[in-house]
Design a protein around this ligand. Structure first.
Ligand code: SF4
Length: 236
């Protein structure tokens, strides 16, 4: 049975149309075991775009990015860095939840290179439509997807870089990595470091010019043929 797809009410115009198209995406195998495509959300004129790795369990069920525990931590970090989450566009490098069952739980599995590459098709469209002045990669997978090369986060975090396509970018840790720190003091320090990275990047980005990126993915007839509307697809 076709799964009903939902996406954020915040999306409008061309972004909403692309999200509707992505709801039927079958460009890689990840759509098979996930509940739905989790497209990005936020204002189409956002100056800052945040890119995570992939939706988690809660995001998969709700159809919205960063709504689980990591999302709440991100909201808090953004607020402390001086940015309201509602002003940013938030998305993931991969739009379906990759997981493996363990008992009743669904355990996150890192997407592979082919899946990240296939899903760049949608990330490129989000970048082209939002035209952010700064893209913040949350975690190594997102940084590698944007940079198109291996990224050692411990070396690059907090530094301004230029991603292919002329995008101004910066990478920092994914908030879920902070949730996994067992020691409370170390967790607090990791959170403060995330806030510091965001604070350094956010203020200048609000003044910086927008960039129209050159897409990293070329039109692929095969991919396009596998991107089809699912029956029952509708905006929430
Ligand atoms: S390319 Fe992205 S949206 Fe399409 S099936 Fe794969 S993960 Fe899902």
């Amino acid at each position: 049975m076709a799964k009903a797809a939902r996406f954020s009410q915040q999306l409008s115009g061309p972004l909403r149309a692309v999200a509707a198209e992505a709801a039927g995406c079958e460009r890689c195998p990840l759509y098979r075991d996930a509940t739905q495509t989790v497209f990005g959300e936020g204002p189409s004129d956002a100056r800052i775009m945040l890119v995570g790795e992939q939706p988690g369990d809660k995001e998969d069920l709700e159809g919205r990015p960063f709504v689980g525990p990591a999302g709440r931590l991100l909201d808090q970090a953004l607020a402390e860095a001086g940015l309201d989450r509602q002003q940013a566009y938030v998305t993931n490098a991969v739009k379906h939840f990759k997981h493996q069952p363990r008992g009743k739980r669904r355990i996150h599995k890192r997407p592979d290179r082919g899946e990240i590459q296939a899903c760049h098709w949608w990330l490129d469209q989000e970048l082209a439509l939002v035209r952010p002045s700064l893209v913040i990669a949350l975690g190594a997978t997102a940084a590698q997807a944007l940079a198109g090369r291996k990224v050692v986060l411990s070396r690059e975090r907090g530094l301004e870089v230029e991603y292919p396509g002329g995008l101004r970018g910066m990478s920092t840790v994914h908030p879920s990595s902070i949730l996994r720190v067992p020691d409370a003091e170390a967790r607090h320090a990791a959170f403060s470091a995330l806030v510091e990275d965001l604070r350094t990047a956010v203020r200048p980005a609000q003044e910086a010019p927008r960039v129209t990126p050159i897409p990293m993915t070329a039109a692929s007839p095969r991919g396009a043929a596998r991107t089809k509307a699912k029956r029952g697809t509708k905006a929430a």
